[in-house]
Each structure stands twice: as C-alpha cells, then as structure tokens.
Ligand binder design. Structure first.
Ligand code: ARG
Length: 571
C-alpha cells in the first residue's frame, strides 16, 4: 500500500542517494536512515552520513558535502550539508498534493501498511484477578495492550487479544472459606467485587488471630483442585459475577477480547509441561519443591511445583505459551504486564530456551510503570481501593459538567460525555511513555487545554464544525497552489503520520501516536487561530483550506481510534 507523502519523498530521495554514492548500502537502508528533523531550519528531512563513512572511506562531513552538491530530485527545493548531515527542504505544494489527496481518498486507511503480512501476534493484556478489584495496573495493561493491538492491525498483523484472567490459585481456597463462614449470597450478588474483596481482606485479618483458617483455606483449595462439587460451584460463581463486573468496565472503554482463557484453563495442560521438563532433565528438587535451575542465566530458579503437588503461576504461563504457539502459531507473543513481573517473564523465556523451543525468544514482555496518587502507589490491598469503574463514572460526570457549561444545547451530550470522560482517562495514560510512572489526577485528565484527551477531541470537533458550517460538498481540489508558510506545519505533520505509526509499532509504544496527535492538534489550532478559512477568502483558497481541514479531521480521528478513543463530531 502507498504510504504518506513524506514516505513517498523519502523513497525518492533514498533512491537518488543510492545512485549517487555508489556504495553497498541499499535504498531500503537509506530510507531507514532518513529522519524528520525537529527544527524547521534543519530541513524537512535529513540524512546522517555516518553510516557511509566506512564503505566510502571518507569523513561524514565530506560525504554530506558531496551528496549536497550534486543532488537533484523532484519535490526537493533546497539541499544543505551541515556537518555530517544533509538537510533536504521540500516543496510544500508537492507534499500537500501528495499527502492531502492521499488522506482524502484513503480515509481512515491512510497510513495502513502490510508490513505484518497477516502474521499473528498474541497480546496478553488486562488479565485482572477475579474476585478482586480491577486495579490501576490492570487499567494500564488494558489500554496499552489494546492500543498496541490496534496499531499492529493497522500495520498488517493479526492481533489476538487474550485476557489471561487470574482465576486460579490458593487464594480461592481462602475466599471459599471466608464466604462459607461470613458471606451472604445477596450481598455478593449486589456488589460482587467489593463484597468478595472485603471477605478476602477479612479472612486475612482473622487469620492473624485464628491459625486454623489458613489450613481450612488450603483444604478448600485442595477440594477445588480435586473437583469437589461445592467448591467448583462457588468458584464458578465467583468467576462469573467478577466477569460481569469487569465487562461493564470493558464496555465503557469499548474494548473486547478474542479469548478469556485464564489461568484455570491450563489446569489440564500443565502435566504435559511438567513431563517435558522432566524428560529434558531440567526438574530439580529443592526443599521439597520442583524447580528449574537458571544459574547459568544468572536468574533465581523458576518454581514449577510446590511440595504438595500444586502448580504455580509460572507453570500455568509455560502451558499457556505452548498452547498459544500451537493454537495461533504466533510470530510474536506479547505480555503487557507491569514492571514488577520482569523477573517472572525472564524466567519464563529462559525455561523455554532450556527446553530448546525455537520460538522462545519470540516472547516479549512489555513492562510499564505504576499509577501514583500523591506520589504513592495506588493500592488495592487493605480495602483502600480505587475502583476503576468509579473512576470512569466520575470522569464521565465531570465531562458532562464541562459540556453543560460550554455547550448546554448539545443534543447527544450523554454519549459525548462518555466519549470524553473515558477518553480523558485513556489519553492521560497513553501520552506518557509506558515505563514511566503516572500521577493520577482527574482534574488534569479533563482539562480542555494542554496535552489532554479532551483537547485533542475538541480539536477534532472544531475541524468537523468548520466543515459543517461550510456545507462542504467534499469535492476537493488536487493542487494546492495557495498554500504557503502557514499551512506548512500542518501539512508536514499530516505527512509524518504513517511513519509515526510505524515507529510506534516497532517500539511497542502508543505514546508516540499520542504525542503525534497532540502535535498535530497544536499545529492545527495555531493555523486556525491565524488563518481565516471561511470568511473573506477566495473560492479556490477556501476549497484548498477546507481540504486541509478535512484531512486533519481524518488523521486526528484515526489517531484516536488507534489509542482506543472516540472522536465526537460535536462537543
Ligand atoms: N493476573 C496477573 C496479575 O494481576 C497478571 C497476568 C499477566 N499475564 C500472564 N500471562 N502472566 O498480576
């Protein structure tokens, strides 16, 4: 598929250079070297020449000078050598023609690529623990994972979203104990997560006084593992009501999954894994437990089986990895899980390597930082939890208030409030590089100025409103003779979109798209503040500017879609 305007220009420039320098470096390699400089005085595109130094046996600044002196290429109006760089200045009319025409004809497919060639990539995301509140960490996993999946799809991969629910483990023995002793069915039905979580917390408080509780919990878990009817029925019920509560959050966020196979799904698939480890002579006894030693890798041993035969988190992840490879034949298998599980994933990959599976290193852990409140981790323990559903509801309410203030006659304001309120929470998360911690603040998220979701959505709505007012018939011009300095920044941003998405995919980094759409919004708002589009302009000027506005609305909407957000046309 044809790429955005600058991408076309990059190819053109790269092939010209390839002919000029006559070295082994391919057009494709040169394309990858070409950058889009941050500052306008460094040109629209720039080529660092350091890579050529070895094969050409010249200093980078000599190579740059050599390229700059003889360079001609359609669409390039000026070439400069500065140090080891060649800076290219492009003809804005040519770029505009390429880019705007492409955006308007391709619509939301602008920037699509078939780089992935349909290859499957599994994405383990969200993965909350049932009977527990959906934490801020799970929120991050959900929004980052979903955005990565959307970006992958745009680049021609087949993403498979897997919600690896935490629905197994000794904690369910404790929960059953607590429920049997103190629980009430109707209370659980009314507010399952809160009630079950409270029972669990209460269990731990009581267990400090009453030692028999721990034992009872272990017995119930054993019953569960042995398929005892009562235990299984309770577990199923806890799982079901938890999923209903989680689904409300997913629906609010507009997120769906291809699979809900959680940890329990692998119960009957772990024997095979344990057998495999045994046959490969990798299982060792350690204090009664079975472990795989990872001394050579400089890692602590990976726990496979406890002394009582119970399997563990890592064992279930091993079984899941095999299942996913068998079932989806993934090219890459992503795990969007917090920083604190880095060791776990290192161990997982190390064990698979020891087993000699050829795809072991196709597993990739995508870690992320924490959400902080007043500089401290937002906790889900001790009953002091922030329930995500409440956060989203509150955000929607605040968005609603803002709309009532700014645009009280908006007809679908309930729907818009939801789109803005939820979008604000998602954007606040995604605009930050995922490894960084984030400070949680609804006030900051919902500001209409600055780098926020509402700001970007509002920019989109503003573009739509210009088009509405113009009653534009969508017959756009194909040449942009009236464009000058003012349009330049916006057109350049539009041209950069396909490459930004591609980079974001390569680095598994949705914040690149978020930052991109902030820049585009800022450039557009700046343009709009200084340029009249509808009033007091000639017809041809108006038509060309409207085409630009239309292109901007398409690219903002598509960027937001990649981030999992909606773009209301009015707000
Ligand atoms: N349920 C786990 C937790 O909340 C996250 C699971 C991540 N996925 C995985 N395959 N281990 O910590």
């Amino acid at each position: 598929m044809e790429k955005g305007g600058n991408v076309t220009m990059i190819t053109r420039i790269a092939s010209t250079i390839n002919k000029m320098v006559n070295s082994e470096i391919t057009i494709n390699e040169i394309e990858l070297l070409i950058e889009q400089p941050k500052h306008a005085e460094q040109g629209d595109l720039a080529l660092p020449c350091f890579r050529f130094a070895r094969t050409m046996k010249l200093a980078p600044n000599q190579i740059a000078a050599q390229i700059a002196s003889g360079f001609t290429c359609e669409g390039v109006i000026k070439v400069e050598a500065v140090g080891g760089y060649v800076n290219f200045f492009l003809d804005i009319l040519t770029i505009a023609e390429n880019v705007i025409t492409e955006i308007i004809t391709q619509g939301n497919h602008y920037g699509d690529s078939d780089a992935g060639q349909g290859r499957a990539i599994t994405i383990d995301l969200s993965s909350p623990n049932i009977a527990k509140p959906f934490s801020m960490g799970h929120l991050r996993s959900t929004v980052i994972g979903n955005a990565i999946a959307n970006m992958l799809e745009k680049n021609g991969y087949t993403p498979i979203r897997i919600n690896h629910l935490g629905d197994w483990g000794t904690q369910f023995g404790k929960l059953i104990t607590a429920y049997k002793r103190w629980g009430e069915e109707n209370k659980v039905r009314q507010d399952p997560i809160r009630e079950l979580h409270q029972l669990y917390v209460y269990f731990h408080q009581q267990a400090e006084i009453d030692e028999s509780l721990e034992k009872e919990g272990r017995q119930w878990f054993k019953c569960l593992e042995d398929g005892d009817t009562e235990a299984v029925a309770l577990w199923k019920w806890f799982r079901e009501v938890s999923l209903e509560a989680f689904s409300r959050v997913y629906n609010l966020m507009g997120i769906s999954f291809d699979s809900y196979h959680g940890e329990a799904f692998y119960n009957d698939k772990m024997r095979a894994v344990v057998e495999m480890l045994k046959n490969a002579d990798l299982l060792e006894e350690s204090e009664g437990a079975k472990v795989v030693r990872l001394d050579d890798e400089g890692l602590p041993p990976c726990l496979i089986m406890k002394s009582d035969g119970a399997t563990l988190y890592a064992t279930r992840d091993l079984a899941a990895a095999f299942y996913r490879q068998d079932h989806y034949a993934f090219a890459v298998s992503l795990y969007v899980v917090g920083n604190e599980q880095t060791l776990h994933f290192k161990q997982l990959i190390a064990v698979l390597n020891k087993l000699g599976v050829p795809w072991a290193n196709d597993l990739v852990h995508i870690p992320f930082g924490m959400i902080l409140k007043d500089g401290k981790k937002m906790s889900t323990r001790k009953g002091k939890v922030v329930l995500l559903e409440e956060v989203l509801e509150q955000s929607i309410q605040m968005a609603h208030n803002a709309i009532m203030e700014k645009n009280p006659s908006l007809h679908n304001r309930k729907q818009v409030a939801k789109q803005v309120g939820v979008g604000a929470v998602l954007f606040h998360d995604l605009k930050v590089f995922r490894q960084n911690d984030i400070e949680f603040s609804l006030e900051d998220m919902l500001r209409f100025e600055g780098e926020t979701g509402p700001y970007v959505q509002y920019t989109h709505a503003r573009a739509c409103s210009i088009l509405r007012k113009a009653a534009w018939n969508q017959e756009y011009p194909t040449s942009f003779t009236t464009f000058g300095k003012d349009e330049r920044a916006v057109v350049k941003q539009l041209a950069a979109f396909p490459e930004e998405v591609e980079k974001a995919v390569k680095e598994w980094d949705p914040s690149k798209v978020a930052k991109y759409v902030i820049d585009l919004s800022q450039d557009f708002n700046h343009y709009y503040a200084h340029t009249s589009i509808l009033q007091g302009v000639k017809e041809e000027e108006k038509a060309q500017r409207l085409a630009l506005v239309h292109a901007v609305s398409i690219v903002i909407k598509e960027s937001l879609r990649l981030l999992g957000m909606e773009a209301p046309e009015e707000m």
